[in-house]
Design a protein around this ligand. Structure first.
Ligand code: FAD
Length: 460
């Protein structure tokens, strides 16, 4: 009998186990499946908290609908009837002490028509005139390996980039625009500049690519945790060990000894390490791999939900949230009006908001040391300043994701490739999987979990 141990019960590990079990059942294979999870529940960065009529997602809150709908997994898990979609509405940027709407016709804050530029309330008249350079200048120097920040500033002007584009784009790609290349963000912009003579005209001509329908994201009536529960229910031939932290993996002949914190040892033929790369590195402890592991980077984020006993209608009617511009006024980077964007999260229709505090913000160094009460006070102050709400909170949920958000730098694919080949040579049968390597989105993790299982299946 062969034993497969999956370490880490997040969405990647669960998907891997699901695929392995499916194959085991179909082929009546003599295979033992063990899933080991350090915490007291499965799900990892997917964790739904239900409290006082609110549904709050400590980690991920939704899934890109287009990717998920094309996967058979939703039907297989019986979740189709529970799907809910986000409401769409306007997003704002908080700047100069007020909420200003991001112009309707904009892609990541970049105007996609001259009207969009003209109507912006985020940029001064001078800033708009500076952006017109885009229409009469040619690209003679920039390549896709240059910084997206310099490229946009050169053609659209500093003010438009700083006040309208950077707040949106930096949030999406988690980094300063000066540190991100055109290739790793919006490579098509350089092609548009070439083909249409203007970034704005290029976006306008290709508008249909960016409007992608109304229903962009999905979740489930009882939150994303339903996905985890559905997997757990299906894994009836898997031994699931919770509260079991793996402390070491030792090679013994062609097998591996997986050592748990209670000193129990599991002998495995195959191991999937669907845990963050820092955890994987500490289990393998191989100096030959440290340079490549060091090429993978993480950042931090604190998520703060606050629920109120006031109706959601206190917020601007068609809004779904705001991004904070580069300002000292707020400590948060962004705020989602959750009850507005996701109706299922507030049964009573009372206001629920979620604030994001990222390690890129200058206040983060002090925020990360704060306890929950102090963080709640920071959030209430931000809510008061930006939204004018002074009501007492009815509920809150605060989670620190310290060094848990993978950031894929330009060197990322090289580091992953090196790790893959060194692991295959030195530790055959041990597979690195999950968000540290192959994409952070939930559909990417599901796909990677399934692929990792298939690598093992193919050797049978
Ligand atoms: P994880 O979920 O990190 O699971 C790893 C598991 O391994 C954990 O359960 C951990 O306890 C366990 N573990 C670690 N070490 C050990 C050990 N030594 N022994 C045993 N077990 C161990 N993605 C989206 O698609 N949409 C979103 O809206 C979204 N929002 C996000 C918001 C936040 C705040 C965060 C943090 C992430 C978000 N993501 C989102 C990303 C997505 O949630 C993750 O990329 C994905 O869930 C990662 O799954 P995983 O299984 O690879 O890893």
């Amino acid at each position: 009998m062969k034993t497969v141990v999956v370490i880490g019960g997040g969405i990647t590990g669960l998907s891997a186990m699901y695929e392995l079990q499916k194959w085991k059942k179909a082929n009546q294979a003599d295979m033992k499946l063990v899933l080991v999870e350090a915490s007291n529940q499965l799900g990892g960065k997917i964790r739904t908290v239900k409290q006082d009529g609110f549904i709050m997602e400590a980690g991920a809150d939704s899934i890109v609908a287009r990717k998920m709908e094309s996967m058979p997994i939703l039907e297989e898990l019986g979740l189709e009837k529970e799907i809910v979609y986000n409401a769409t509405g306007r997003s704002f940027i908080y700047a100069d002490g007020e909420l200003k709407p991001i112009p309707v016709d904009a892609v990541f804050g970049i105007p996609a028509s001259i009207e969009s530029l003209a109507k912006s309330t985020l940029v001064s008249a001078e800033g708009k005139v500076a952006a017109l350079k885009d229409f009469y200048s040619k690209n003679e120097t920039f390549t896709k390996n240059d910084s997206i920040g310099s490229f946009l500033e050169h053609f659209l002007g500093k003010e438009l980039v700083e006040k309208q584009i950077a707040p949106v784009l930096s949030g999406v790609y988690s980094g300063k625009l000066s540190d991100l290349t055109i290739a790793s963000t919006l490579p098509y912009l350089i092609d548009y500049k070439e083909k249409y003579g203007s970034i704005i005209k290029g976006l306008e001509a290709n508008k249909q690519k960016f409007t992608g329908g109304e229903r962009k994201f999905l979740s489930f009536q009882n939150g994303l945790g339903s996905l985890i529960d559905a997997f757990e229910e299906k894994l009836d031939e898997v031994e699931i060990l919770l509260n079991s932290n793996v402390t070491k993996i030792e090679k013994e002949g062609s097998n591996y000894l997986v050592v748990l914190n209670n000193l129990e040892i599991i002998e495995a033929d195959y191991v999937i390490l669907s845990i963050p790369h820092t955890a994987a590195e500490s289990l393998i402890t191989d100096p030959d791999l440290s340079k490549d592991f060091a090429g993978l980077k993480n950042s931090s984020l604190i998520s703060v939900y606050v629920g109120f006993d006031v109706p959601d209608s206190v917020l601007p009617a068609d809004g779904t949230g705001f991004i904070a511009a580069n300002t000292d006024e707020l400590s948060c980077n962004a705020c989602t009006w959750t009850s507005r964007k996701w109706e299922h999260t507030s049964k009573s229709g009372n206001l629920l908001v979620r604030l994001f505090y990222k390690s890129s913000h200058p206040s983060f160094a002090s925020l990360k040391e704060m306890d929950q009460e102090e963080l709640l006070n920071v959030a209430l102050s931000d809510i008061n300043k930006a939204l004018g709400i002074t009501a007492k909170p009815a509920d809150s949920e605060i989670t620190k994701w310290t060094e848990q958000m993978p950031n894929y730098l330009i060197s990322h694919p090289k580091s992953v490739e090196a790790l893959e080949s060194k692991m295959a040579a030195a530790y055959p049968g041990v597979i690195l999987a999950g968000c540290s390597y192959y994409g952070v989105g939930i559909p990417d993790c599901i796909e990677n979990g399934i692929d990792s299982a298939r690598k093992i299946i193919h050797t049978f």
